[in-house]
Design a protein around this ligand. Structure first.
Ligand SMILES: Cc1cc2nc3c(=O)[nH]c(=O)nc-3n(C[C@H](O)[C@H](O)[C@H](O)COP(=O)(O)O)c2cc1C
Length: 201
């Protein structure tokens, strides 16, 4: 018989990590990507994929480029939603919360963990991220210039590099089932603790 989830008594962050690990163990090469949805202050939504770097009780950490739409929107309205879709297990997790800006010190700390090639790439595209460019060659030339300029030197933190931590206040777990009704439950953070309840699929 397929396992039911209502016996699970885990903190939602632990359950997210558990579902992530299971998705990986059944063959998903990189399930640590989520769709991040943000909204302008007048209510126009936009969504895109970001790589999730860390998940712990503090929240979900991701990095991006200053000047992009998501950063501008988060500065005006810090409420955001992240959606994970684990295709191999037919599971969805929706996380609502506040996106908190990382300090410059934290940004610097994470920047140093990147391989040099990733730092060079970031310096090349970040200032124009999501903006129109004449051709890709423009960026490739810029990348070559940076490689020459910094040759054996350490690359400084890009002024465009910035991280956010999404601090969840609501998490919805959806396990799609075809053998019977799907399992759906949500956790809400109320009075400094997580309250769980079942939802109808
Ligand atoms: C697999 C994948 C991973 C990505 N990871 C990131 C990321 O970690 N951070 C980021 O800013 N953009 C990432 N992007 C690009 C974003 O989806 C987006 O196109 C870009 O950041 C501009 O977003 P915006 O203009 O909506 O703010 C990724 C795209 C893909 C397809």
């Amino acid at each position: 018989m397929t396992k039911k989830y209502h016996d699970i008594d885990m903190l939602p962050i632990d359950l997210l990590n558990d579902w992530l690990l299971k998705e990986k163990s059944v063959g998903a090469p990189n399930p640590s990507h989520a769709v991040l949805s943000t909204c302008t202050s007048n209510g126009l939504p936009h969504a895109r994929v970001v790589a999730i770097r860390e998940i712990d009780e503090q929240g979900l950490l991701f990095f991006t480029q200053r000047g992009t739409r998501k950063v501008n929107e988060l500065h005006n309205n810090s409420f955001a939603t992240m959606t994970f879709w684990f295709e191999l297990q037919q599971r969805q997790i929706i996380i609502e919360g506040l996106a908190i800006t990382l300090s410059n010190l934290d940004n610097e700390r994470y920047w140093k963990t990147y391989p040099r090639e990733a730092q060079v790439r970031f310096h090349s595209y970040a200032p124009t991220s999501a903006q129109p460019i004449v051709s890709k060659e423009v960026l490739e030339n810029k990348k070559k210039q940076i490689e020459i300029e910094f040759d054996a030197k350490t690359l400084p933190v890009s002024p465009f590099y910035c991280g956010f931590r999404l601090k969840p206040s609501r998490m919805i777990f959806y396990a799609y089932r075809t053998d019977e009704l799907s399992d759906v439950f949500e956790y809400r953070y109320i009075d400094e603790q997580w309250k769980k309840q079942w939802l109808s699929p």
